[in-house]
Write a protein that binds this ligand. Structure first.
Ligand SMILES: [Fe+2]
Ligand SMILES: [Fe+2]
Length: 418
């Protein structure tokens, strides 16, 4: 598809109401040329003459299902590349699996959600940077060139590097950790402040690092130390586009939730899950520190247009905080699953299999937004991604129940940085 042209969408549905609602929604998202058919047979005839960029098809058509369409599309190399979004009247796990197995790019439930659809379109058809260049104050080449030096923009804090080495060393002990922490008085003070916060709820004050390790445990202090190093090294300033406390509250909340999810789902080590949650939005710290004017503009645009920040950022710059965070994680030599989880936490559908760590990051971020734990500059939160839920074995209508079973208290999580 040439991005300066309108998006060519083939909409296959027998419902006139769904047809007009979807047409309106698509036009609100971006300029589209929409062709409507009500059967697979007519659609395939249309395919022979024209090639749409995207197909949106009801699973249940009058006398047949869209499985015929998906199967037919697999027989032609050109057609295979066209993403097909299948729509179902209601959530149905078996049909979803069947459609995805036959090659559907995504399965959506009615009524469609404009934000979700907009996010999917942005994933498949990013708006060309040339198209928006005239409307924004950005110089894309400069942004790109600067990001190539990511190790200079976001060097790994030295204590965090030492903690990571301790993590890799099976012989490391609590004494080694305490020794490293005690070398820095200000970091020690911050760790003790968190250890004594209402979140941990100890009545007797924890007065030193050795005691903190005994009371809270080696892993917990290691995690708190990582939080403190990152907050210290990448402090935000007064004219920041992000509220520092809210941002780290969101990151830390996501870290705790990701750790709880990893224990439940047994996919990822709880230590890795914590680091992943803590860093999932770290790209925003880089944007905030090194591209402040642009970042302000993105946050404002996303707010004005009521769209997810990462989507606006990608349209304006060709990248987003998740990708930048992935670059940082890579430059810090974090394990590959963590890099992938950070990079794709808003686009789990980009990885078709073996993406459970991405799903954990995505879901932890979703819960953190839903229960308003901190704030990360994103006024429109993601909907839970269906593919993620499918891979994790959680039904959408059971999300509340699943959250309850994690026994996490949002009020309590908000206390961590008090
Ligand atoms: Fe994010
Ligand atoms: Fe986030």
């Amino acid at each position: 598809m040439n991005h300066s042209e309108r998006l060519k969408v083939l909409l296959i549905t027998g419902s006139t109401v769904f047809k007009s609602e979807t047409c309106l929604m698509l036009q609100r998202i971006r300029p589209c040329e929409i062709e409507h058919k009500d059967s697979v047979h007519k659609s395939l005839r249309y395919f022979i003459q024209y090639k749409p960029d995207l197909v949106i098809a009801d699973w249940q058509l009058e006398s047949h299902t869209a499985s015929d369409l998906l199967q037919a599309m697999r027989t032609n190399d050109d057609w295979k590349r066209i993403p097909v979004l299948i729509t179902l009247d209601e959530s149905d796990r078996d049909l979803t699996e069947q459609a995805l197995t036959l090659g559907a790019a995504q399965v959506l439930f009615k009524p469609l959600n404009q934000n979700a659809l907009s996010r999917i379109l942005a994933g498949f058809f990013p708006v060309s940077r040339r198209q928006v260049k005239g409307n924004t104050p950005f110089d894309y080449r400069k942004i790109k060139a600067k990001l190539e030096q990511i190790h200079l923009l976001a060097p790994l804090p030295s204590l965090a590097a030492k903690i990571m080495d301790l993590l890799k060393d099976p012989n490391s002990s609590a004494r080694d950790l305490a020794g490293e922490i005690k070398k820095d008085q200000s970091i020690t003070a911050r760790i003790l402040k968190i250890a004594n916060s209402a979140y941990y709820g100890f009545h007797r004050e924890i007065g030193n690092v050795d005691r903190a390790i005994v009371v809270l445990g080696f892993d917990e202090i290691m995690n708190i130390a990582q939080v403190v190093c990152l907050m210290e090294a990448f402090d935000t300033e007064d004219d920041s586009a992000l509220n520092r406390k809210e941002f780290w509250g969101h990151s830390l909340g996501t870290a705790h939730i990701a750790r709880a999810l990893s224990k439940r789902l047994n996919d990822l080590s709880p230590r890795d899950a914590f680091v992943m949650g803590l860093l999932h939005d770290f790209g925003k710290v880089v944007l905030n520190q090194h591209f402040r004017e642009e970042f302000h503009h993105m946050i404002k645009t996303a707010e004005d247009q009521q769209r997810p920040l990462h989507e606006v950022c990608r349209e304006l710059t060709g990248t987003d905080h998740a990708e930048i965070g992935g670059m940082v994680a890579e430059s810090w030599k974090l394990p590959l699953p963590l890099v992938r989880a950070i990079r794709y936490h808003h686009r789990p559908e980009s990885v078709d299999k073996d993406g459970r760590e991405i799903d954990v990051a995505h879901l932890a971020n979703f819960f953190c937004h839903r229960y308003k734990i901190g704030e990360s500059g994103n006024s429109v939160a993601d909907e839970p991604n269906y593919l993620s839920l499918l891979r994790l074995g959680i039904k959408e209508d059971q999300l509340d129940e699943f959250w309850q079973s994690l026994k996490m208290d949002p009020m309590h999580l908000r206390d961590i940085l008090e």
